[in-house]
Design a protein around this ligand. Structure first.
Ligand code: ADP
Ligand code: MG
Length: 268
Protein backbone atom coordinates (compact mmCIF):
# COMPACT_ATOMS: atom_id res chain seq x y z
CA UNK A 1 0.00 0.00 0.00
CA UNK A 2 1.31 3.46 -0.84
CA UNK A 3 1.89 6.15 1.77
CA UNK A 4 -0.99 8.15 0.34
CA UNK A 5 -3.28 5.12 0.65
CA UNK A 6 -2.08 4.64 4.25
CA UNK A 7 -2.88 8.27 4.91
CA UNK A 8 -6.35 7.86 3.41
CA UNK A 9 -6.93 4.74 5.50
CA UNK A 10 -6.05 6.58 8.72
CA UNK A 11 -9.05 8.83 7.99
CA UNK A 12 -9.41 12.46 8.97
CA UNK A 13 -12.41 11.99 11.29
CA UNK A 14 -10.66 9.21 13.14
CA UNK A 15 -7.58 11.32 13.82
CA UNK A 16 -9.71 14.11 15.33
CA UNK A 17 -11.08 11.54 17.78
CA UNK A 18 -7.61 10.16 18.41
CA UNK A 19 -6.51 13.57 19.70
CA UNK A 20 -8.88 13.33 22.68
CA UNK A 21 -8.08 9.68 23.49
CA UNK A 22 -6.01 8.72 26.52
CA UNK A 23 -2.34 9.65 26.25
CA UNK A 24 -0.02 7.05 24.74
CA UNK A 25 2.43 7.59 27.62
CA UNK A 26 2.41 9.47 30.90
CA UNK A 27 4.31 9.94 34.14
CA UNK A 28 3.01 10.86 37.57
CA UNK A 29 5.23 12.20 40.36
CA UNK A 30 8.19 10.68 38.54
CA UNK A 31 11.39 10.95 40.58
CA UNK A 32 14.80 9.66 39.54
CA UNK A 33 17.79 9.97 41.82
CA UNK A 34 21.26 8.75 41.02
CA UNK A 35 23.55 7.76 43.90
CA UNK A 36 22.84 8.28 47.59
CA UNK A 37 23.71 10.56 50.49
CA UNK A 38 25.67 13.75 49.87
CA UNK A 39 26.56 12.85 46.29
CA UNK A 40 22.96 12.04 45.28
CA UNK A 41 21.76 13.73 42.09
CA UNK A 42 18.05 14.34 41.51
CA UNK A 43 17.70 14.00 37.74
CA UNK A 44 13.88 14.13 37.77
CA UNK A 45 11.92 15.89 40.52
CA UNK A 46 8.24 14.87 40.46
CA UNK A 47 7.60 15.07 36.73
CA UNK A 48 3.99 14.84 35.51
CA UNK A 49 3.83 14.66 31.74
CA UNK A 50 1.35 13.33 29.21
CA UNK A 51 2.38 12.34 25.69
CA UNK A 52 -0.50 12.56 23.22
CA UNK A 53 -1.29 9.63 20.94
CA UNK A 54 -0.47 10.15 17.26
CA UNK A 55 1.50 13.33 17.93
CA UNK A 56 5.09 14.43 17.53
CA UNK A 57 6.27 15.70 20.93
CA UNK A 58 9.66 17.34 21.46
CA UNK A 59 11.48 17.65 24.79
CA UNK A 60 13.96 20.52 25.16
CA UNK A 61 16.05 21.81 28.01
CA UNK A 62 19.60 22.66 29.03
CA UNK A 63 22.25 19.95 29.23
CA UNK A 64 21.79 17.95 32.44
CA UNK A 65 18.12 18.95 32.84
CA UNK A 66 16.97 15.30 32.81
CA UNK A 67 15.82 14.85 29.20
CA UNK A 68 17.58 11.52 28.60
CA UNK A 69 16.61 10.25 32.05
CA UNK A 70 12.95 11.04 31.32
CA UNK A 71 13.11 9.24 27.96
CA UNK A 72 14.86 6.23 29.51
CA UNK A 73 12.27 5.98 32.31
CA UNK A 74 9.42 6.26 29.77
CA UNK A 75 10.99 3.57 27.58
CA UNK A 76 11.62 1.12 30.42
CA UNK A 77 15.41 1.45 29.98
CA UNK A 78 15.82 2.92 33.48
CA UNK A 79 13.95 2.32 36.74
CA UNK A 80 12.33 5.29 38.50
CA UNK A 81 13.19 5.97 42.15
CA UNK A 82 9.48 6.65 42.75
CA UNK A 83 6.34 7.62 40.86
CA UNK A 84 4.60 5.98 37.96
CA UNK A 85 5.17 5.53 34.22
CA UNK A 86 2.42 4.30 31.91
CA UNK A 87 2.91 3.36 28.26
CA UNK A 88 -0.05 2.30 26.11
CA UNK A 89 -2.02 1.29 29.22
CA UNK A 90 0.83 -0.68 30.83
CA UNK A 91 2.27 0.37 34.19
CA UNK A 92 5.93 0.24 33.23
CA UNK A 93 7.20 0.90 36.79
CA UNK A 94 5.46 -2.31 37.98
CA UNK A 95 6.77 -4.65 35.26
CA UNK A 96 9.21 -7.46 35.96
CA UNK A 97 12.41 -7.80 33.94
CA UNK A 98 11.00 -10.26 31.41
CA UNK A 99 7.86 -8.16 30.86
CA UNK A 100 10.04 -5.06 30.45
CA UNK A 101 12.08 -6.80 27.75
CA UNK A 102 8.87 -7.72 25.95
CA UNK A 103 7.58 -4.14 26.26
CA UNK A 104 10.80 -2.75 24.79
CA UNK A 105 10.74 -5.20 21.86
CA UNK A 106 7.08 -4.86 20.95
CA UNK A 107 5.74 -1.50 22.08
CA UNK A 108 8.76 0.80 21.98
CA UNK A 109 11.17 2.00 19.33
CA UNK A 110 14.30 3.90 20.39
CA UNK A 111 16.57 6.02 18.19
CA UNK A 112 19.90 7.11 19.69
CA UNK A 113 22.16 10.03 18.77
CA UNK A 114 24.98 7.57 17.98
CA UNK A 115 22.72 5.33 15.81
CA UNK A 116 23.64 2.16 17.82
CA UNK A 117 23.63 -0.17 14.83
CA UNK A 118 25.26 -3.60 14.99
CA UNK A 119 28.44 -3.20 12.87
CA UNK A 120 28.58 -6.82 11.69
CA UNK A 121 24.99 -6.87 10.39
CA UNK A 122 23.78 -5.45 7.07
CA UNK A 123 21.31 -2.55 6.99
CA UNK A 124 18.49 -5.01 6.34
CA UNK A 125 19.54 -7.29 9.23
CA UNK A 126 19.80 -4.28 11.54
CA UNK A 127 16.29 -3.16 10.59
CA UNK A 128 14.67 -6.55 11.19
CA UNK A 129 16.67 -7.21 14.39
CA UNK A 130 13.82 -6.35 16.84
CA UNK A 131 11.54 -8.88 15.12
CA UNK A 132 14.31 -11.49 14.86
CA UNK A 133 15.01 -11.13 18.60
CA UNK A 134 11.30 -11.49 19.37
CA UNK A 135 11.18 -14.47 16.93
CA UNK A 136 8.46 -12.76 14.92
CA UNK A 137 7.96 -12.80 11.16
CA UNK A 138 8.79 -9.76 9.07
CA UNK A 139 5.75 -8.30 7.30
CA UNK A 140 7.31 -7.84 3.83
CA UNK A 141 4.76 -5.21 2.69
CA UNK A 142 5.39 -3.10 5.80
CA UNK A 143 9.17 -3.56 5.43
CA UNK A 144 9.01 -2.41 1.78
CA UNK A 145 6.85 0.56 2.71
CA UNK A 146 9.28 1.69 5.42
CA UNK A 147 12.31 1.25 3.15
CA UNK A 148 10.64 3.33 0.44
CA UNK A 149 9.65 6.03 2.94
CA UNK A 150 13.14 6.21 4.43
CA UNK A 151 14.81 6.04 0.98
CA UNK A 152 17.15 3.11 1.61
CA UNK A 153 16.49 1.05 -1.52
CA UNK A 154 19.81 -0.19 -2.90
CA UNK A 155 21.55 0.15 0.47
CA UNK A 156 20.10 -2.87 2.26
CA UNK A 157 23.11 -5.18 1.82
CA UNK A 158 25.57 -2.55 3.10
CA UNK A 159 27.06 -2.66 6.58
CA UNK A 160 26.87 0.49 8.77
CA UNK A 161 30.55 1.40 8.04
CA UNK A 162 29.65 1.57 4.33
CA UNK A 163 26.85 4.08 4.93
CA UNK A 164 26.90 7.84 5.60
CA UNK A 165 25.78 9.15 9.00
CA UNK A 166 22.43 10.20 7.57
CA UNK A 167 21.89 6.78 6.01
CA UNK A 168 22.86 5.04 9.26
CA UNK A 169 20.33 7.12 11.17
CA UNK A 170 17.66 6.28 8.60
CA UNK A 171 18.45 2.59 9.16
CA UNK A 172 17.96 3.23 12.88
CA UNK A 173 14.62 4.97 12.15
CA UNK A 174 13.45 2.01 10.04
CA UNK A 175 14.53 -0.37 12.84
CA UNK A 176 12.51 1.64 15.35
CA UNK A 177 9.40 1.35 13.16
CA UNK A 178 9.58 -2.27 12.00
CA UNK A 179 7.70 -3.81 14.94
CA UNK A 180 4.95 -1.16 14.66
CA UNK A 181 5.63 0.13 18.17
CA UNK A 182 3.08 2.09 20.16
CA UNK A 183 5.64 4.87 20.62
CA UNK A 184 9.08 5.85 19.36
CA UNK A 185 11.63 7.72 21.47
CA UNK A 186 14.46 9.56 19.74
CA UNK A 187 17.24 11.09 21.89
CA UNK A 188 18.95 13.86 19.87
CA UNK A 189 18.68 11.78 16.67
CA UNK A 190 20.09 14.57 14.49
CA UNK A 191 22.86 15.63 16.88
CA UNK A 192 25.58 13.94 14.78
CA UNK A 193 24.21 14.87 11.34
CA UNK A 194 24.77 17.73 8.92
CA UNK A 195 21.77 19.93 8.24
CA UNK A 196 20.68 18.18 5.04
CA UNK A 197 20.83 14.68 6.57
CA UNK A 198 19.09 16.04 9.68
CA UNK A 199 16.32 17.47 7.51
CA UNK A 200 15.80 14.04 5.88
CA UNK A 201 15.55 12.28 9.24
CA UNK A 202 13.20 14.92 10.69
CA UNK A 203 11.00 14.84 7.60
CA UNK A 204 10.81 11.07 7.90
CA UNK A 205 9.89 11.22 11.60
CA UNK A 206 7.16 13.74 10.89
CA UNK A 207 5.83 11.56 8.03
CA UNK A 208 5.66 8.64 10.47
CA UNK A 209 3.30 10.72 12.60
CA UNK A 210 1.16 12.23 9.85
CA UNK A 211 1.04 9.17 7.57
CA UNK A 212 1.36 6.16 9.91
CA UNK A 213 -0.29 7.78 12.97
CA UNK A 214 2.85 6.96 14.95
CA UNK A 215 3.46 8.62 18.35
CA UNK A 216 6.97 10.08 18.68
CA UNK A 217 8.91 11.79 21.46
CA UNK A 218 12.18 13.44 20.45
CA UNK A 219 14.83 15.28 22.42
CA UNK A 220 16.63 18.06 20.56
CA UNK A 221 18.62 21.24 21.20
CA UNK A 222 17.74 22.67 17.82
CA UNK A 223 14.75 25.04 17.47
CA UNK A 224 14.50 24.15 13.77
CA UNK A 225 14.21 20.44 14.63
CA UNK A 226 11.68 21.26 17.35
CA UNK A 227 9.53 23.17 14.85
CA UNK A 228 8.67 19.82 13.17
CA UNK A 229 6.71 18.83 16.32
CA UNK A 230 3.10 19.34 17.39
CA UNK A 231 4.16 20.25 20.91
CA UNK A 232 7.37 21.14 22.75
CA UNK A 233 7.80 20.40 26.46
CA UNK A 234 10.56 22.25 28.31
CA UNK A 235 12.56 20.72 31.16
CA UNK A 236 14.91 22.50 33.57
CA UNK A 237 16.54 21.02 36.68
CA UNK A 238 14.41 17.87 36.42
CA UNK A 239 11.10 19.69 36.24
CA UNK A 240 8.67 20.65 33.48
CA UNK A 241 8.88 24.41 33.14
CA UNK A 242 6.68 25.14 30.15
CA UNK A 243 5.26 23.98 26.86
CA UNK A 244 4.37 25.26 23.40
CA UNK A 245 1.82 23.86 20.98
CA UNK A 246 2.25 24.44 17.27
CA UNK A 247 5.86 25.58 17.78
CA UNK A 248 7.74 27.75 15.30
CA UNK A 249 11.52 28.21 15.12
CA UNK A 250 11.12 31.70 16.62
CA UNK A 251 8.78 30.75 19.47
CA UNK A 252 10.96 27.76 20.44
CA UNK A 253 14.17 29.78 20.35
CA UNK A 254 12.63 32.51 22.53
CA UNK A 255 11.31 30.01 25.10
CA UNK A 256 14.56 28.00 25.12
CA UNK A 257 16.58 31.13 25.79
CA UNK A 258 14.27 32.29 28.58
CA UNK A 259 14.29 28.91 30.35
CA UNK A 260 18.03 28.34 29.93
CA UNK A 261 18.88 31.74 31.39
CA UNK A 262 16.48 31.44 34.35
CA UNK A 263 17.76 27.92 35.17
CA UNK A 264 21.39 29.15 35.02
CA UNK A 265 20.55 31.99 37.41
CA UNK A 266 18.75 29.60 39.78
CA UNK A 267 21.76 27.25 39.74
CA UNK A 268 24.33 30.03 40.28
P1 ADP B 1 20.12 15.62 29.73
O1 ADP B 1 19.78 14.46 28.85
O2 ADP B 1 19.04 16.65 29.82
O3 ADP B 1 21.43 16.25 29.37
P2 ADP B 1 20.42 13.60 31.79
O4 ADP B 1 19.08 12.99 31.92
O5 ADP B 1 21.44 12.83 31.02
O6 ADP B 1 20.27 15.08 31.22
O7 ADP B 1 21.02 13.86 33.25
C1 ADP B 1 20.29 14.52 34.28
C2 ADP B 1 21.17 14.58 35.52
O8 ADP B 1 21.38 13.25 36.03
C3 ADP B 1 22.54 15.18 35.30
O9 ADP B 1 22.90 15.92 36.43
C4 ADP B 1 23.42 13.97 35.12
O10 ADP B 1 24.73 14.25 35.50
C5 ADP B 1 22.77 12.98 36.06
N1 ADP B 1 22.94 11.58 35.62
C6 ADP B 1 22.47 11.04 34.48
N2 ADP B 1 22.79 9.73 34.39
C7 ADP B 1 23.49 9.44 35.52
C8 ADP B 1 24.10 8.25 36.03
N3 ADP B 1 24.03 7.10 35.38
N4 ADP B 1 24.71 8.34 37.22
C9 ADP B 1 24.77 9.49 37.91
N5 ADP B 1 24.22 10.65 37.50
C10 ADP B 1 23.58 10.63 36.31
MG1 MG C 1 20.75 13.67 27.12
Amino acid sequence: MSLTAALGRAGKHESADARVKTPIASTRNLVKQYGAGETAVTALAEVDVEIARGEFTVIMGPSGSGKSTLMHCLAGLDTPTSGSVTVDGLEVHNLRQRQLTKLRRTKIGFIFQSFNLVPTLTAEENITLPLDLAREKVDQDWFDEIIAAVGLEGRLKHRPSELSGGQQQRVACARALIARPAIIFADEPTGNLDSQAAGNVLGFLRDCVTQFDQSIVMVTHDPLAASYAHRVVFLADGQITGQLTGPTVESVAAMHLEISSSSTQAGA
